[in-house]
Write a protein that binds this ligand. Sequence first.
Ligand code: ATP
Length: 616
Amino acid sequence: MRPYFRQVAGLFVIGSLAGIAMNIAVVLPSVLLGHAVDAVLAFHRGQATGGAVTRAALLLIMGTAATELPRVGKRWWLGVARARIYANVRADALRGVLSWPADRLHTTSVGEVMARIIGDVEVLGTGVNELIVETWDTVLFSVALIVAMLAYDPALGALALAPVPIALTLAKVAGIWVSRRTLRAREANAALTTFVQEGLVGLRVLRASGRRAAFARRLNLLADAQADAELAATRLDSALAPVYGTLTTAGVLAVIWLGGTKVATGALSVGDLVAFLGLFTRFTARAFRIPQMVNRVQAAAAAFTRLAPLLAPPPPLGDEPPRASWRSDRVAGGGVRPRHEAVTPRRGPVGIVLDDVLFVYPGAAHSALNGVSLRVAPGALVAVTGPVGSGKTALARAVLGLYPVQSGRVRIDGADPHTWTPAERDSVGYLPQGHPVFSGSVADNVTLTHPEPGTTAGTIPSGRLAKALRVADLDTDVAGMADGTATGIGELGVRVSGGQRQRIALARALAAPATSPRLLVLDDPFSAVDADTEARIIAALREAVGPAAPPECQATVLLCSTRLAAFAQADEVIVLDHGRIHERGAHQELLTAGGLYARIFRAQRRGHATAAVVRP
Ligand SMILES: Nc1ncnc2c1ncn2[C@@H]1O[C@H](COP(=O)(O)OP(=O)(O)OP(=O)(O)O)[C@@H](O)[C@H]1O
């Protein structure tokens, strides 16, 4: 947690100074009250003047003000420091998850990640709050009162405080149960969040298949389990609170017995006993929070063990502007341009080399690619097909370096794509299978918030966005939408058709990279469009990024598809089967050879012709 405290060091220092001032001054009201009582008694005995009584009363008022003013400052600065720590931890957790390798992303549920980034950060925040606010409000407050009590009467003070170490020892021991119950509650929360998230994503399927009641029953079970786990943690907290309270107040009997005796024998004045009792009452009203605070920090430590594996390294402090740690509105790293953006990106198409590649998905029993070797010249269009499960997606992912390969090598322009920096990735256009889209407008989805030069994100652009829409055969569709490119497409694209979703994702592959893409990997781009649209798109793509395009716009294209209408335009066709290259060559050569490719192609052509005949 150290970097997170350093990011708010300025706020922490100034808030702590206010906290220290307030909690040192905290003894003043009791001490000055005792002083005022003695002054009034002395006045009655004729041993003090009215002026002395007035002075004692004024001092009492000023002493009270001296504790209250720093309290306001302390609350503000430390409250802001805490909120900034929350925001910084969340930002690092999100950055961490964004840089996870694909296999980790595929084996961790979104609900689990959300439960950690949201719920665990809350629990962590409670512990941080205890630590940075209560350190002064409770610990220093209590220490100041203890010192003052011991100064008044060491024997009386020691007797009054004797049960306190027992409470602290109990808190330390109870920490094991606190951590255990906190972890259980956090895990139950993650299970519930995962179930809700997956249920909401698949809500239409659940409804259409009449599974709403079954879903609700399972939800109830998980909600019950979560409530039980939360209650177990709360019950422990509530059960410990009165024990801590009793232990810290137990000394009151000793104070009254020994203090009363001392006043009777004249060893202590009435005013001193009043002051001592005032200090002790304030102490007991607060000190039970110390063992409680120990337990909350232990719970936060348990939550942090769940968060730590998510966190990206915090942005270096050296990159922060001067006095950033004093500012209330700053999230660490916000507005700092990543170093890699300064590098001038390379232009023009890439070459692809695969040598004897063996690729096995993590945990899979069989290889997805085996002995695959390939050489693709810069600017070529290579079309890959094969039966379902033959390894087309695996090839696309290996070329993009989304997974490491087990043996052999993958090189893009001589470099291993698995080690690409984010800037190098920003010159790659990728249409993944399933063509995922985000909620937001068409423009947001296509540009992924890269604003066009000279425009702001979301405005109707002229350049690259319009070109991408044209190539993806989307321009007519978008012109017919209520707000053009600013039209919202809804969560997961529910407000557009399947074919439009797929073409929006295709346009994104062309327009989202920072520069014109050098490599385009299109996995299953045509499953939701008809064969004519498919042929139009591929022709437009050839024109936009093929050999006839300006050199800085040219791209090497890897097209993976089970639909072959566009394959005639490819420079080379690769046919995969069971993860191996089964056939390769030009479209016409493969048709003449009469193998697997020719059979699939003819079957599809017959299907297309039949569809054309039956179409009204
Ligand atoms: N994440 C994964 N983990 C483990 N095995 C996987 C994973 N994804 C795919 N596979 C397996 O790897 C093999 C190749 O799958 P891949 O998705 O590359 O095939 P494909 O040719 O793209 O299939 P389709 O045409 O159905 O999309 C298949 O046997 C598949 O079951």
